[in-house]
Write a protein that binds this ligand. Structure first.
Ligand SMILES: Cc1cc2nc3c(=O)[nH]c(=O)nc-3n(C[C@H](O)[C@H](O)[C@H](O)COP(=O)(O)OP(=O)(O)OC[C@H]3O[C@@H](n4cnc5c(N)ncnc54)[C@H](O)[C@@H]3O)c2cc1C
Length: 398
């Protein structure tokens, strides 16, 4: 992008990584995205290319074989990838969240066991909080792990597991009986190792087939059914039960910056398509971009792209500096996903009837944008987080 969504103050290494990813997106993702998406085909070759570039280890510390890059670098990479095809960013997103949780909360043995293989892309992460009857209300989780003589047995059903069939390490949040008064203090994250694939992949663990979705195709989203699945105590993230809610929320917080980045990527692409099309398409003797109504749409779309990008970058930088960013990440996710839906809609309108044709990229973006209003917490949940944070910081002195 020539002018929009630029980021001041990047290091030479960050610039280099972004230039490499941008070229990869233009050459290897954009030309294939439509066909793969319409066929609901997993982008295996693209994933191999990302492995070769080291993207699976982008934020994993160098001592574990990763590139040790910041959340900001990751977010800017995700923005570029989503500009090409959101599903590809979905492949690395859950992996990145699990790597973050291990890096921040894993025991030394867990870090040693998983992070080097995660950096190489051999171990691929997914995370599971949602269940058929809950998504926003995480503390209401019902899937339960019961302690026995030689570990735990997990029973219950999980829902909406992105990369459920194509990952081999899932961080699963379940209920354990800690005897705590507050429900969220009775939750524990287990690191479930499993083979890739569908069906009963291990005794007591089934991954039914892919959920047929409106968009976000190519990447698999599944259920996960536990029926007395046995797991050792040392697979508890951080080694101590009852800490799972805190660990997952930390993961979701970086996930929110990442969803904001995805929304920015889609909005940038929707704008690019609109400004190109509006200079080609002619009505009433001139390019439609010369009608003020269309030109003003372009101006508003570009302003939204810019605002969302700046808030996303701000939230990432805050987290990188070690400061709490719950409010800023919530704001970035809220505005980027809402603006993405609006910019995509406007681009669709600018395409006229052709926007409704599957031959045009905007048709796909129109089906992808709504997911960002839901994933990693809906807009209503973001407003809850933001308002709680504000009331905490602006307490009345009256
Ligand atoms: C394609 C896809 C992939 C996903 N991938 C994953 C994944 O990898 N891992 C995972 O754990 N989950 C995943 N999810 C689940 C996702 O996080 C949830 O769908 C999301 O958190 C919303 O939960 P819900 O669907 O249960 O909606 P609900 O929580 O039932 O909410 C329904 C509606 O009520 C509103 N609402 C709920 N509570 C309140 C409140 N207190 N105040 C005001 N409004 C409220 C919501 O905003 C929403 O509009 C995925 C979902 C989709 C669609």
């Amino acid at each position: 992008m020539a002018r929009l969504a630029q980021t001041a103050g990047l290091t030479d290494i960050q610039e280099e990584i972004l230039a490499t990813v941008r070229t990869f997106v233009d050459k290897e993702i954009i030309p294939h995205a439509q066909t793969l998406e319409h066929g609901d085909t997993y982008p295996a070759d693209i994933v191999e290319g990302m492995k070769e570039m080291g993207l699976f280890g982008l934020t994993i510390p160098e001592e574990y074989g990763g590139l040790g890059e910041s959340l900001l670098t990751y977010a800017l990479v995700v923005e570029q990838i989503a500009r090409g095809w959101m599903s590809v960013s979905g492949v690395i997103n859950t992996h990145f969240i699990v790597a973050h949780m291990l890096k921040q909360h894993g025991t030394p043995e867990q870090k040693q066991k998983y992070l080097p293989r995660m950096a190489a892309g051999e171990v691929r992460g997914s995370f599971s909080m949602s269940e058929p009857e809950l998504g926003s209300d995480v503390a209401a989780i019902r899937t339960r792990a019961v302690r026995g003589d030689s570990g735990y047995a997990i029973s219950g059903q999980k829902m909406w597991l992105t990369n459920g069939g194509t990952s081999n390490l899932t961080a699963v949040l379940v209920k354990t009986d800690e005897g705590a008064e507050k429900p969220h203090q009775n939750l524990t994250t287990f690191l479930v190792e499993k083979p890739e694939g569908y069906g009963e992949v291990l005794p007591g663990l089934t991954i039914p087939g892919k959920i047929d979705k409106m968009g976000y195709k190519g990447v698999d989203t599944t259920e996960m059914v536990f029926d007395g699945f046995e797991i050792a105590e040392d697979q508890i993230l951080g080694g101590v039960s009852g800490q799972g809610f805190r660990h997952m929320m930390d993961g979701v917080e970086v996930g929110r910056v990442n969803v904001a980045a995805r929304a920015c990527g889609i909005a940038i692409r929707a704008f690019e398509l609109a400004i190109e099309y509006s200079q080609q398409r002619r009505t009433f003797g001139k390019a439609i971009a010369e009608h003020q109504a269309i030109a003003f749409k372009l101006a508003e779309m570009a302003t939204k792209v810019e605002a969302a990008h700046l808030m996303m970058v701000n939230a990432a930088r805050l987290k990188d500096s070690g400061q709490r960013n719950d409010v800023e990440a919530g704001m970035a996710k809220l505005i980027a996903s809402e603006y993405c839906a609006e910019v995509t809609q406007e681009s669709f309108r600018i395409h006229g009837g052709y926007g409704y044709s599957k031959e045009y990229e905007i048709e796909r973006l129109m089906r992808e944008a709504p997911f960002l209003l839901i994933g990693e917490g809906t807009s209503e949940i973001q407003k809850t987080i933001i308002s709680r944070g504000l009331l905490r910081d602006y307490q009345s002195r009256g």
